[in-house]
Design a protein. Structure first.
Length: 194
């Protein structure tokens, strides 16, 4: 009995196991892991099984109009902390002068904060901080970020007590309203944003 041509659409991610080479031949955007005989996806996309030719392919999903590449300088807002990662939402590509309609996720490992600072990452960033970062790896989202270098770091921070925008005083940020202080990895461009 012939199998139905209709298949439930399923999204594949890169490296995901899709089947075995005994079942299907590797088609577009798939490859065979020769150590296991598993068929795996090369890209994010919809799995397409051709039962007549016994070929498995992955139809890529549309690439966003404004994709980021390694070396792109972007602005992002800090949205969370997990293990030794800072999670950010990228909303602006500075070198392309492009505002993103839908923010994309980036992650900043603690090791990529600075080449000289060994402080805990929570001492250098806070929730809601606007940060100038550079994309360091093409695979994403989430994109791998770095703030190594004087020009990278916090561009704008609000007081954790009263939410007033903070001002730079030497190597710390100071709230002009309630006088609270905060440690941050401050970008050399912080004053230019005020």
């Amino acid at each position: 009995m012939a199998k139905s041509q209709r298949q439930e659409e399923k999204l594949a991610t890169p490296g995901e196991q899709l089947g075995f080479e005994e079942e299907f031949a590797a088609g577009m955007n798939t490859y065979v892991d020769h150590s296991t005989g598993e068929l795996r996806a090369k890209v994010i996309g919809v799995i397409v099984r051709d039962w007549r030719s016994r070929t498995l392919t992955v139809k890529p999903v549309k690439i966003p109009k404004y994709s980021v590449k390694p070396g792109d300088i972007v602005h992002a807002v800090v949205t969370g902390f997990k293990d030794s990662l800072i999670i950010m939402q990228i909303f602006y590509i500075e070198n392309k002068k492009t505002q993103l309609l839908t923010p994309i996720t980036g992650i900043l490992p603690a090791a990529n904060i600075s080449s000289w600072r060994a402080s805990p990452y929570k001492d250098v960033f806070g929730y809601g901080d606007i940060v100038r970062v550079v994309i360091v790896e093409e695979a994403g989202p989430p994109y791998l970020l770095s703030t190594k270098g004087r020009e990278f770091g916090v561009l704008l921070a609000r007081c954790p007590r009263c939410l007033t925008p903070m001002v730079r005083r030497g190597g710390v940020l100071l709230c002009p309203h309630c006088r609270a202080k905060a440690k941050r990895k401050i970008s050399s461009r912080y004053a230019k944003m005020r």
